[in-house]
Design a protein around this ligand. Sequence first.
Ligand code: NAP
Length: 439
Amino acid sequence: MIAPLKVGIAGLGTVGAEVVRLIEQKGGAMAARCGRAVRVVAVTARSKAKKRGLDLRGIAWARNPQALAENPEIDCLVELIGGAGEPALSAIEAALKSGKSVVTANKALIARHGPRLAKTAEAHGAALNFEAAVGAAIPIVKTLREGLPGTSINRVYGILNGTCNYILTRMEQEGLSFAECLKDAQRHGYAEANPSFDVDGHDTAQKLAILASLAFGTRVAESAIYVEGISSIAPEDLRAAAELGYRVKLLGVAVRTAKGIEQRVHPTMVPKSTSIAQVMGVTNAVTIDGEGIPPITLVGPGAGGLATASAVVADIADIARGVRVTPFGRPVERLRTTEKAPMERHEGGYYIRLMARDLPGTAAAIATRLAEQKISIESIVQRHTNGVDAARGAGKASQVPVILITYATHEDAVYRALHAVQRDKVISGRPQVIRIEKN
Ligand SMILES: NC(=O)c1ccc[n+]([C@@H]2O[C@H](COP(=O)([O-])OP(=O)(O)OC[C@H]3O[C@@H](n4cnc5c(N)ncnc54)[C@H](OP(=O)(O)O)[C@@H]3O)[C@@H](O)[C@H]2O)c1
């Protein structure tokens, strides 16, 4: 009979408390599956006195995460504190250096220090598992790390932030503004009081950095990612997208190009017919494009105590079974360094919304500037405003929204053309530009 795997848990918040409960409730099933029992023997959090609805009798309380990591009674440290630095970083390093395996849900830490921690894990023959760091219950880390060794991956992209997808879904379905939907998301507890980390795309970028490393064998590099959030998206963009057969999603995209691995996070128009376009509300999804096979899409809950705990427990079960895989699917010294791909050279289709002056020659001027940059137009929609335009009363020309969809072109060509159009004074305000991701 193999001795139980003795686990120490640092952090008993939303995720940590659920992990303790899940191991307690599913211990029998886990032992049957792993051929070995899993036991929580020690825990720690900031406050020992806090009521958590957990029965911690018989479980030791460590005075801090470092002491827990160094406790010789545990075989595996589960880090559920969060944050890209201390105390999580030192606790994980201490555990790995003493040969203990580590499970973490900490995307910020893996995005910042992943290669360094993986190197320590490899040197000491320990596992470093982080399934819950991306997409919570969706087993995307395992899929990329272990599930497709014979497939060359060309692109991995996904909806990795439930808050943004919730906001974009409400905006599309109810015609509401970004600000209204953000307030609503905060009321429902889907968005933080300071929502910038989510809505400006940084949460998605940390997760994408991890997925890109697993998919392409590159060193995790958050700084190599181009990041743009969703706050500039207007209800009229979502309406126009719908009419043209698209939806707008905040995507994290990592793609193999002739110039290297391009990694980017930005609002993206995706054809309504794609699996990713069907993903609504707080749900997450990741699509993998592998050479020679149709796309694989995994969809599921990307946050929440129980969903995240499910992935943490899966990682613990692997350690109990004795599964040891290099953290990024290949030895750290084989991971390649990536440079930030310049977005000016990004190639793809574009959605452009302009407020054009309703004057003779405007359409021709716009068409000329696009043609100068060799940009071909797939479709053009000119909307007519109902009623009297406010500007007309002031003796000025009225304005009409013009929506253009381009064929694939370079980003710098699009911006050169739009700057020229602005100089021609045939539009007012800043043009709205959204990149299109086709399958
Ligand atoms: N929540 C989710 O849906 C979700 C989804 C995916 C990944 N994650 C990741 O899971 C991790 C945990 O998230 P969470 O939502 O469970 O966070 P949380 O609810 O804020 O819990 C954090 C826990 O860490 C403890 N803690 C904080 N600072 C500490 C310190 N200096 N020393 C010891 N303990 C400390 C807190 O103690 P007290 O309870 O005493 O304050 C609390 O128990 C994060 O890395 C997060 O990114 C979360």
